[in-house]
Design a binder for this molecule. Structure first.
Ligand code: ZN
Length: 225
C-alpha cells in the first residue's frame, strides 16, 4: 500500500500544497502527500480545505496505539468526497494560525515536561494532549506538585525560552526525535524552529488525585511568530 508523504515533518510552517488522490474511502480521501497533521502523538489534527471543501477530521490509517504512530501510514482526510476521483490533482490549505499556535504550545510542553521531570517525587508522564488553545499533560508524583513547584517550573521554562535556542527534529529508522540544546525527546508532532518563537507561557495545575497532577500550559502572547 502506498503511504502518504508527511510534508509537515519537513515544512511545518507551510500552509498550502499540491497533491494527488491515490485512494478514496466511503468518507475520506487519501493523498500521496499532505500538510494535514493527523490526530496522533497526542496532538490535534489540522483543519483546512482540499479543493475548497472542508476537511472535518484527519487520522492515520494505522491509528494511534498509545504514543506510537507509524510514519509510513496512509493519512485519511475525512470530508465530502463526492467531487473527487483517483489520480486527481488537488490543492490543499491548512489553517496556519491554529497550526502555529499548536506548534508553539507543543514545543512549550516539551520544556515543561523537561523541568517537571527534574522535580523530586516525579514518577512518569501519564498522558497528554495539545491543541491550539493549550497543552495538558498528566504527571504522576510520589509526593505532591505544589504551587511553588509549578511557579518555579514556569520561571525555568520562560527563562529557557528567552535563550533563543534552536529546535530540530531528526527522523531515523522510523523514529522522530525532538532536539533542543541538551534536551531530547521522542515526538511525532509539529514544533516551532526556535524556543523564542514560543513566547512567554503560563502554567496551571489541577490535582486529579492518586498522585496525578494535570499541568496546563497556555501562551501569554497570541502572535509571536
Ligand atoms: Zn513534540
Amino acid at each position: 500500500m502506498i503511504s502518504t508523504e508527511r510534508l509537515f515533518d519537513h515544512a511545518p510552517y507551510d500552509s498550502t500544497f499540491k497533491a494527488k488522490v491515490i485512494s478514496i474511502g466511503p468518507d475520506y480521501l487519501v493523498l500521496d502527500r499532505t500538510l494535514f497533521y493527523p490526530l496522533s502523538g497526542n496532538q490535534v489534527n489540522d483543519s483546512g480545505r482540499i479543493n475548497n471543501i472542508d476537511v472535518t477530521n484527519v487520522l492515520c490509517k494505522d491509528n494511534n496505539v498509545g504514543d506510537y504512530i507509524s510514519l509510513e501510514s496512509q493519512i485519511w482526510h475525512y470530508m465530502d468526497i463526492s467531487s473527487f476521483h483517483i489520480n486527481q490533482e488537488v490543492d490543499g490549505i491548512i489553517d496556519i494560525q491554529n497550526r502555529l499556535l499548536t506548534m508553539r504550545l507543543h514545543s512549550a510542553s516539551h520544556l515543561v515536561e523537561h523541568f517537571i521531570s527534574k522535580l523530586s517525587g516525579f514518577v512518569s508522564v501519564e498522558g497528554s494532549f495539545v491543541n491550539y488553545e493549550k497543552d495538558r499533560t498528566d504527571y504522576k508524583f510520589t509526593t505532591s506538585l505544589t504551587i511553588d513547584d509549578l511557579n518555579n517550573v514556569g520561571e525555568e521554562v520562560n527563562n529557557f525560552i528567552a535563550k533563543h535556542i534552536k529546535i530540530e527534529t531528526k527522523i531515523s529508522n522510523g523514529i522522530k526525535q525532538w532536539i533542543c540544546g541538551d534536551i531530547k525527546m521522542l515526538c511525532c508532532g509539529t514544533h516551532v524552529d526556535n524556543v523564542s518563537k514560543i513566547g512567554k507561557v503560563k502554567l496551571k495545575r489541577k490535582n486529579k488525585g492518586k498522585g496525578i497532577y494535570r499541568v496546563e500550559t497556555y501562551l501569554l502572547e497570541e502572535n509571536n511568530v
